[in-house]
Design a protein around this ligand. Structure first.
Ligand SMILES: Nc1ncnc2c1ncn2[C@@H]1O[C@H](COP(=O)(O)OP(=O)(O)OP(=O)(O)O)[C@@H](O)[C@H]1O
Ligand SMILES: CC(=O)N[C@H]1[C@@H]2OC[C@@H](O2)[C@@H](O)[C@@H]1O[C@H](C)C(=O)O
Length: 363
């Protein structure tokens, strides 16, 4: 067996998804999966740490320790569910929590305390996967396209994987074996902000509220006027750009619009920006992962934008539930580190070359 754990906590700030995977003989067999929610106070603190605020260094360190404790709890669940011991696992690949992403300034910061995690779980920990790619001139994101190609690529077919988390990103798995991909813009981040403000809900379950609305005339075009959408790849983004103030500035001229119509228009923004990125590549199929796959209104709008010739379905069709795909990718990245093989794709991130990604914290 060649067991690795992947832990992914993304821009939605909701919690951590984990998987324990056996990569023996090049296959990827998921042995167990777990999800641990963050307590509300930690979510609030991680949200506050996205932007400059007082006493950041100390607050970040405290939040990092809390994260490590939660990650260790997730690891314990994964071991218990698969009846494995820590000594059976080669390494934990842990993403950490992005609190700043500024590749144009030469850094990206995923807060975490990997030393504490190694201490708590007694397994080698691989962390900080993005910094080496940024050091090599890359965006440091998205990183999952390499894993998507290894796990889901199919010779002779062009497949697109669309990860709709807080931010949305695509992996273009071309039939000739080449791979592209980039962040297309907001995934759920703006939709979540809007429904939380108006309904107190964390997210629009199944897109039910959006489905009661209609598109606000002129608003979608105003949102799509954001220059990020027209930038050429390689490109990546995050809450650094797509935050509540960004939204409020663009909503100002639409003050009389109904809240549910704005909700529907924000859902359309995610679908349309994804479809515009996907359509030129002539894909045979689109597979959606991340929490957005559970939003039927979003899935319907994406299908409508792409047209019936391209089937849009969740990664369940590939045998992996949508909420496990990113954690699986970070298990794969840890496996690549274990094999001392590169994890990045210069064709995606724009780095000067392939690099081994991550830093090892021995158990
Ligand atoms: N049943 C559901 N209905 C609608 N939306 C859902 C549902 N379940 C999850 N989501 C959406 O998915 C989000 C979580 O997605 P996910 O866990 O993929 O994000 P992430 O990994 O934090 O983000 P990223 O990929 O940007 O790093 C939730 O915040 C919510 O917006
Ligand atoms: C800097 C950062 O944390 N980026 C995340 C974020 O969430 C989605 C999108 O923006 C993607 O670029 C990336 O995550 C995935 C897992 C990636 O690296 O492929």
């Amino acid at each position: 067996m060649s067991l690795y754990i992947g832990l992914m906590s993304g821009t939605s700030l909701d919690g951590v998804d984990g998987v324990l995977v056996d990569f023996w003989a090049g296959a990827a067999r998921t042995m167990s999966a777990a999800y641990v929610e963050f307590p509300q106070a930690l979510r609030d603190e991680l949200m506050a740490l996205q932007a400059p605020s007082p006493n950041e260094i100390e607050r970040e360190a405290v939040a990092a320790n809390q994260l490590a404790e939660i990650y260790a709890g997730c690891v314990a669940q994964l071991l218990a569910k698969s009846d494995m011991k820590s000594a059976d696992v080669r390494a934990v690949g842990v993403h950490g929590q992005t609190i700043r992403h500024r590749p144009e300034l030469g850094f990206t910061r995923q807060t975490n305390n990997p030393a504490l995690l190694a201490e708590l779980c007694g397994i080698d920990v691989i962390a900080d996967f993005r910094s080496r790619d940024v050091a090599a001139g890359g965006q440091g994101a998205p990183l999952v396209p390499a894993a998507h190609m290894a796990l889901f690529g199919k010779e002779g077919k062009t497949r697109v994987l669309a990860n709709i988390g807080g931010i949305a990103n695509i992996s273009l798995l071309h039939k000739d074996g080449s791979v592209g991909g980039y962040d297309t813009g907001p995934g759920n981040v703006l939709m979540n902000a809007w429904i939380t403000r108006h309904k107190g809900a964390e997210y629009d379950d199944n897109g039910a509220w959006a489905a009661t609305g209609q598109e606000v005339p002129g608003l979608l075009a105003a949102l799509l006027a954001e220059p990020y959408f027209a930038l050429p790849a390689p490109k990546s983004t995050g809450r650094d750009l797509f935050h509540a103030d960004w939204l409020d500035a663009r909503l100002a001229p639409f003050a009389s619009a109904r809240a549910e119509d704005i909700m529907f228009t924000l859902t359309r923004l995610t679908a349309v920006s994804l479809a515009r990125a996907i359509a030129p590549h002539g894909s045979d199929a689109v597979y959606v992962c991340g929490g957005g796959a559970y939003n039927a209104t979003l899935m319907r709008e994406l299908q409508a934008e792409l047209g019936e010739a391209v089937k849009v379905q969740s990664t369940d069709a590939l045998g992996v539930p949508p909420n496990r795909v990113e954690a699986l990718a970070f298990a794969w990245l840890a496996y690549r580190f274990g094999e001392r093989q590169p994890g990045n794709l210069p064709s995606v991130t724009g780095a000067r070359g392939e690099r081994i990604l991550g830093a090892l914290y021995p158990r």
